[in-house]
Design a protein around this ligand. Structure first.
Ligand SMILES: CCCCCCCCCCCCCCCC(=O)NCCO
Length: 323
């Protein structure tokens, strides 16, 4: 258990295989001669973050023995890499929200990313505690400050899928405009900590300026509380919602705008599987069945989770880190 100056403590448990990876992993991704300069630049970015975030990142650097710049760089990796460059990627993440006939909501998530082997070794389930109870939880990575998959128990859950749109200059301009304060994974954690309801979370996640694009998927606890927010840097490009009355009982998002042609078969496969299972008795096991269907699950899949915010214990018992 770690204690932070923030108003909570953190309980973490490793869900992955044994953690034997060389900690100097990111060094193979950045040419050696450039590393001192890149770490120096990234360490300067640290000063723009909130005091809590800065203290956490500095504590992580101190305890791990890795340079602060390297820790900051890895923590903002998503934001500095999210621009229109999809063509160099293989398959990616899938997030699904589905509701059954009783109006019970289930959130499914496969997190896929390059560095798959490394991330499997770093995957942890973390509970952020306040006054002895869980304020919010995430399945995340050791040394990582943000949350890409999380739940506020009894209220809502959130997952992020990568969206590659716009030019790199757009990220730089937004970094300057937002004063580097809002890497998206830090922001999702901030929302989980401060927004108490599904509606407030959807509002914050739709309208706050961020420095990278993304798909943010949110599930709640009541009928039709499920949404895919396709985020531009400035605000939402589209907000696509569950609507039981129109038989829109599920939403599926991968890494393509849902109103455009898809670049691979993940979405169509998930939709076919959801329709085959049907909405009548859909439950957490049905969601797991969809998530493990190939190519929804693929060789870049790090972990799969099913979340039902109304039954918070599902998240921990339905998370698998794949071998
Ligand atoms: C010091 C921290 C070590 C861990 C580094 C973690 C980096 C994580 C980076 C981001 C993950 C982005 C998730 C989006 C999932 C997705 O849509 N994948 C498709 C990718 O093309």
């Amino acid at each position: 258990m770690f204690s932070y100056p923030a108003p909570y403590t953190i309980h973490s448990r490793t869900s992955g295989p044994s953690n034997t990876q060389n900690p100097y992993f990111s060094r193979k991704y950045i040419p050696k001669p450039l590393q001192p300069f890149v770490w120096w630049v990234a360490s300067k970015v640290d000063r723009f973050f909130s005091t809590d975030t800065r203290q956490e990142l500095e504590g992580i650097a101190r305890e791990s023995g890795l340079p602060l710049g390297e820790i900051v760089g890895l923590n903002i990796l998503y934001d500095i890499a999210a621009f229109d460059r999809r063509h160099i990627f293989g398959l990616g993440c899938t997030s699904i929200v589905a509701q059954n006939e009783k109006g019970e909501i289930f959130h499914g998530r496969n997190l896929d990313y390059d560095m798959t082997g490394l991330l499997k070794n770093l995957t942890v389930h973390v509970d952020f505690m306040k006054n002895g109870s869980v304020l919010y939880s995430g399945v995340t990575f050791a040394l990582y400050n943000g949350i890409l998959t999380g739940q506020r128990p009894g209220a809502y859950s959130v997952s992020l899928n990568a969206r590659y749109s716009g030019a790199y200059i757009d990220n730089i301009l937004m970094e300057i405009y937002t004063k580097f304060k809002r890497p998206v994974s830090f922001f999702i954690r901030d929302v989980l900590e401060h927004q108490e309801s599904y509606t407030d979370a959807v509002d914050a996640l739709s309208n706050t300026h961020l420095f990278s694009p993304s798909y943010i998927i949110v599930a709640g606890t009541k009928k039709n509380e499920g949404v895919v927010i396709s985020r531009n840097r400035w605000s939402a490009a589209s907000v696509y919602q569950l609507n039981m009355d129109a038989n829109q009982w599920f939403l599926v998002e991968t890494n393509y705008d849902n109103w455009k042609k898809q670049g691979d078969n993940r979405r169509i496969t998930a939709i076919q599987k959801l329709k085959e299972i049907g909405k009548i008795n859909f439950n957490e096991k049905s969601m797991a069945e969809v998530l493990i269907t190939s190519p929804v699950k693929n060789n870049l899949t790090v972990f799969s989770s099913v979340i039902q915010p109304k039954n918070p214990e599902i998240f921990d018992s339905f998370t698998w880190v794949w071998d």
